[in-house]
Design a protein around this ligand. Structure first.
Ligand code: SDX
Length: 433
């Protein structure tokens, strides 16, 4: 075998035979072994529970370096985007691989305004959800149903991705705010085109006929930052769900609804809600940190420290760093003092100095401090994961678009290692015991 092949291929020896598998090099020096022909060549599949060691696609949208704590959307560092952009600028960047100029941004903003209303018939859905319905269940149902009320959305969403994306990004914001108003038994507040994307959401959430809401620039800035930080994150669980469902050829809305359902899980986007519940439990327990640290270490206890650990980051999640810094500023502006922030900081200090967590590279992730800011703004805990979905939406759409445009895309159909019964002779029911 020539040196060139040995440099560009991995060698796999199975039953005495050497197989040469191509080595792929990513744009940032990331490496992969292409096993596309493995089954055909060797009859073997690879076994990788949770896809910890498997790349399911090639993507140009987001780059993560889990060891260095690097996160970039389309090559731009998250620190720059979070500090200097509007959320709708970043949404455009994710969809188009370029930061919009003024004209492009205005065009996108106009589409978001145009599509902010929800079909009046869809508003009746809210009358039939039980009062304590989960906002994530409502969001998933409503997004799936958009397909029925906007048949034009059923066309090829790739034809005009700006129209498709802005419809979803705008209507999901309205759905989220309406679900909150309904849960409070308050009259709906309709979107207003004189307000920004985030200002509109805040006004729809908190304006009431008896107490007009004042949209504060600092709160709008905090919400922009949070949505940007959640906008995409490579091939995480919910994005993989969007890609997997979309790979069957199903429409964008059903694919996004699948992503919403995956994000709901407490191991994923549901962690931001679970963090607050954990901090409240510690507070109620007289700040008995030791009890919760012990539970987290106890292999017989399913409890985990929500907001800590990550499949990719082996250091501080760069998003967590930015959010932690933003906490003090926004709480001061809103004149809010939240005892949970102190508890979160103390818990972090203990964890970062405890060998169990340090040896497992467990650091605060994006979900650990985000809830502190949502609480300060007035967003209820059960809406935290909806906020995560609002931020992640442009990333999901961009990933879905990339998957559909990729000529290599095939329906996702993983294999298994069979662990069941060997062949058995059928027994008629009269002879069964
Ligand atoms: C998000 O993938 C993404 O990019 C997701 C996300 C995105 O933007 O899309 O970043 C958003 O989902 C962030 C993660 C939010 N989830 C949580 O905060 C829930 C708490 N975290 C864990 O459940 C866990 O850390 C995961 C689910 C995030 C990652 O789990 P892995 O990669 O499967 O790691 P693992 O379960 O194999 O854990 C390795 C070890 C185990 O101990 P040992 O078996 O080696 O003894 O670390 C321990 C685990 O028990 N461990 C924890 C822990 N997380 C891992 N122990 C206590 N508390 C924790 N939080």
């Amino acid at each position: 075998m020539t040196d060139a092949i040995l440099k560009t291929h991995a060698q796999l020896v199975i039953e005495g035979k050497t197989h040469y598998l191509p080595i792929l090099k990513g744009a940032e020096g990331d490496k992969a072994i292409d096993i596309s022909t493995l089954m055909k060549e060797t009859g073997y599949v690879v076994y990788d529970v949770g896809s910890k060691n498997s790349a399911t696609c090639s993507s140009a949208i987001t780059f993560l370096d889990g060891d260095k704590g690097i996160l970039r959307y389309r090559g731009y560092d998250i620190e720059d985007l979070a500090e200097k952009c509007l959320f709708i600028e970043v949404a455009y960047l994710l969809l188009h691989n370029k930061l919009p100029n003024r004209e492009e941004l205005e065009g996108f903003r106009t589409l978001l305004e145009e599509y902010a209303l929800l079909h009046e018939d869809m508003i009746h859905f809210f009358d039939h959800f039980p009062p304590n319905a989960s906002p994530m269940a409502i969001l998933s149902v409503m997004v799936n149903s958009l397909h029925n009320y906007y048949p034009e959305m059923g066309g090829d969403p790739l034809e005009n991705i700006d129209k498709t994306a802005s419809r979803l990004i705008s209507k999901v914001r309205t759905i989220a705010a309406f679900s909150y108003k309904k849960s409070m038994g308050h009259p709906l507040v309709y979107p207003r085109n004189d307000l920004s994307y985030c200002g509109n959401f805040l006004n729809m959430m908190f304006d009431t006929p008896v107490r007009p809401y004042t949209v504060q620039p600092e709160v709008v800035a905090a919400m922009n930052k949070l949505l940007i930080l959640h906008a995409d994150h490579e091939q995480n669980c919910s994005t993989s769900a969007v890609r997997l469902v979309g790979s069957a050829g199903v429409n964008l809305y059903a694919s996004i609804s699948a992503g919403i359902n995956a994000l709901w899980g407490p191991l994923h986007g549901g962690a931001n809600e679970a963090v607050i519940q954990m901090l409240q439990a510690i507070y109620a327990d007289g700040n008995d940190y030791k009890k919760y640290i012990a539970k987290a270490k106890d292999k017989n206890d399913p409890f985990r420290l929500s907001g800590f650990g990550h499949r990719v980051y082996r250091t501080y999640d760069p998003r967590g760093t930015i959010i932690k810094k933003a906490c003090d500023g926004i709480l001061a502006v809103l004149n809010v003092s939240d005892p949970l922030l102190e508890i979160a900081r103390n818990l972090e200090d203990i964890v970062l100095n405890d060998e169990y967590f340090v040896s497992r590279n467990l650091y605060p992730n994006v979900d650990f401090y985000s809830g502190i800011i949502y609480r300060a703004i007035g967003i209820p805990t059960n809406m935290f994961t909806v906020m995560f979905a609002l931020g992640r939406l442009p990333g999901w759409i961009a990933q879905w678009k990339e998957m559909r445009e990729d000529p290599q895309t095939k329906i996702m159909r993983p294999r298994q290692v069979y662990a069941g019964e060997p062949q058995r002779t059928f027994i008629p029911i009269g002879e069964r015991f």
